[in-house]
Design a protein around this ligand. Structure first.
Ligand SMILES: [Zn+2]
Length: 286
């Protein structure tokens, strides 16, 4: 064989190797430097959660709460070791609002709108939204956003920090409830944070026994159900680009670890919520 032929063969072999690596390796997400300590995440998140429980109507239905807690505990147990924060304290509450929304606060408190649970078709779809929110928590995106706001000297007031952590219209409600009524400039997650939460969320789902492709399907449902101003969830969690395809590509590199077995409980809660009086719409900020 000529040396040119050997070089060609080795280039082909390298290309095949690279291709097979890129087809089988899940995306590695790296933690970012954060000027807040994990204990500050917990403290700020706890304060914000207290405000949220005062400002927003909680559903307080034991069976619904049991379902989201069961899914949540499974997902938390599936967080990769290098992202675990021993100080974080997770809680899962349902807000009696019809809009398709969910948000999570630094250090662990998570809130899911009843509208989100009713729009989901399967337990995997609920788990998809929750795994995405949980990823924002373990990647500590809330305090990273707050630190960005502080850099612009807008984050000094507690209400604003809380508003900036929650973001969007819900954040405005909280900021107003805190008597500061401040703007919500830096409240949306960046597209890069969204990409990370989508990919890590897909990985956590697979480890917990949920089908990560259902996260992509749920996001598609949210997009299709958007009203005139669009669902709040999408305004706080902007599409990082080709969201549906990117999540499905990541899902194709993951193998689902057994079955979470929360489907029957989801079906029962879904039927139960449909029997209740309709949830009110979200109270809008100015
Ligand atoms: Zn997000």
């Amino acid at each position: 064989m000529t040396s040119q032929g050997r070089i060609h063969r080795s280039l082909v072999a390298t290309a095949v190797l690279l291709l097979s690596v890129s087809l089988t390796a899940q995306t590695r997400i790296e933690p970012r430097h954060n000027s807040f300590s994990p204990a500050e995440d917990v403290r700020l998140g706890r304060q914000a959660a207290t405000e949220v429980r005062q400002q927003l109507p909680m559903l307080n239905d034991r069976e619904t709460k049991n379902l989201v807690e069961r899914i949540g505990v499974r997902l938390v147990a599936a967080v990769p070791a290098r992202f675990r924060q021993p100080a974080f304290r997770y809680s899962f509450d349902v807000v009696n609002q019809r809009d398709i929304n969910a948000f999570a606060l630094p250090g662990g408190p998570m809130f899911l709108n009843r509208g989100m649970l009713q729009a989901a078709r399967t337990d995997d779809q609920v788990a998809g939204v929750m795994a995405h929110e949980l990823s924002h928590v373990v990647l500590r995106h809330g305090t990273l956003q707050a630190a960005k706001a502080q850099k612009f000297q807008l984050g000094a007031l507690a209400g604003q920090v809380l508003g900036s952590i929650v973001g969007g219209r819900t954040g405005q409600v909280i900021a107003q409830g805190s008597q500061f009524g401040l703007g919500t400039y830096f409240l949306k997650y960046s597209r890069e944070y969204e990409r990370e939460a989508d990919l890590l969320g897909a990985q956590i789902m697979a480890r917990a026994g949920y089908d990560p492709r259902q996260m992509a399907n749920m996001f598609r449902t949210i997009q299709q159900r958007g009203g005139a101003s669009g669902p709040e969830w999408l305004s706080d969690h902007p599409d990082p680009g080709n969201r549906y395809a990117a999540i499905n590509r990541e899902a194709s590199m993951l193998s689902v670890n057994g079955s979470a077995n929360t489907g029957a409980q989801f079906d029962a809660v879904h039927a139960r919520l449909a029997q209740m009086p309709p949830a009110p719409a979200t109270r809008r900020g100015n």
